[in-house]
Design a protein around this ligand. Sequence first.
Ligand SMILES: Nc1ncnc2c1ncn2[C@@H]1O[C@H](COP(=O)(O)OP(=O)(O)OP(=O)(O)O)[C@@H](O)[C@H]1O
Length: 444
Amino acid sequence: MPVKRLICITREGSAHARACHGALPGWDVCVVEHPAAARKVLSQQHYGVGLLLDSSDSADDAELERFLHQHHHVRWVGVFDAHRLVQPALRELIAAHLVDFHTLPVDTLRLQHSLGHAHGMASMATRPALHDGALRVSHIDGASAAIARLRSHIDKIAAVDAPVLICGESGSGKELAAQEIHLRSPRATGPFIAINCAAMAPTLIHSELFGHERGAFTGAMRDKQGLLEAASGGSIFLDEIGDLPLDLQASLLRFLQERVIYRVGGTRTIAVDARVITATHVDLPQAVADGRFREDLYYRLSVFPIRVPALRERKEDLPLLTDLIFNKFASERSPQLKGVSREALQAMARYDWPGNVRELINRMRRAMVLAEHRLVMPEDLDLPGVGPICPNGVGLGTSRLSAERVAIGESLARSGNNISRAARELGVSRMTLYRLMAKHEISV
Ligand SMILES: Nc1ncnc2c1ncn2[C@@H]1O[C@H](COP(=O)(O)OP(=O)(O)OP(=O)(O)O)[C@@H](O)[C@H]1O
């Protein structure tokens, strides 16, 4: 039987602590004296269950509240002096953060029972593939076939030292993909420099990218290295490349052909060894056709074109991404909030996410702060045009289809795309699940 691990916050030497330890056979207990010490332990090791023992000093409650808020993954059980239970702050803390509580003197059998229950619940919630850093191969999260394809492209492209052009809608993860290419490439130990060409003033962009020599223009008091030079040995990511002014397109083309640059006002060539990764959310071939983008540069940049799929094309990733966002921003959430409701996930699946993952992050963060229930509800997300499951104009058939698709997507995500496990969980045969996946165009 696997050892059950427990982190226990208690004052050393307390009689209650000794009594409780003796009463917990089968548990591997890590005892710490205060939340700060527990924080350190939890940053290094995973504990599913925690015990707050004999915290008889109400002056510590605010710190304890902050700590519990941050460590909501742990199922906490508390043991308190009965007379403290009249204190409103402690009552709120128990209601918001604990799965069970006991009063002193503790009934050890009952305590064992609630810790066992907490352990069972914690093990249900564990997703090793998400929590174990060693298993994470990418920080582009998603279990959909579209993301698997993207990761596989990135793997291949990373190894080859040629320009990459990343296309995709705003907020879909183009910069993340660029970082991933860099991190998986032989240049990973070199710099990764990201620039948004649309955000830079046209008058500055030339000297920012290529640098300048002293006296090149008014205010150029000394020589300055440009971002391309700074990226030597690593990669430079030029976001919104479609917005690069035409004269700079010529300079960039020259750099790609000759691997040398001229600083503004300079006459000597400087060799630069930087991989160029570019991204655009506009249709570059159209920009070429309109004369806004050089055709020769387009072909140079798009040796390896990759496309980051929009979130609406991979809605089966929503439960997993939502879960990750919830955990990442858990410290900002309203205290009573424990997770995201099935209804909210269903509403998300009916929304098209024009702002993609960035919009999902923003809506979730807002919902987590403003939510008034234990779970994020559809109304907390405030999704435009997404009414209740069966609003006017959306028939039962459509609602059923959408719910079916979400349920399949969630189940596949939970089972790590294991068809047999997902089919068992959904209560259908593997054949039926394959048929339903084909119907909803879900692939793993
Ligand atoms: N698959 C993903 N997994 C985890 N986080 C993601 C994923 N895709 C995007 N994000 C997150 O969404 C946000 C937007 O991503 P990113 O900046 O890479 O998008 P972008 O396509 O470059 O946007 P823009 O076109 O506006 O520059 C970031 O916080 C990023 O970490």
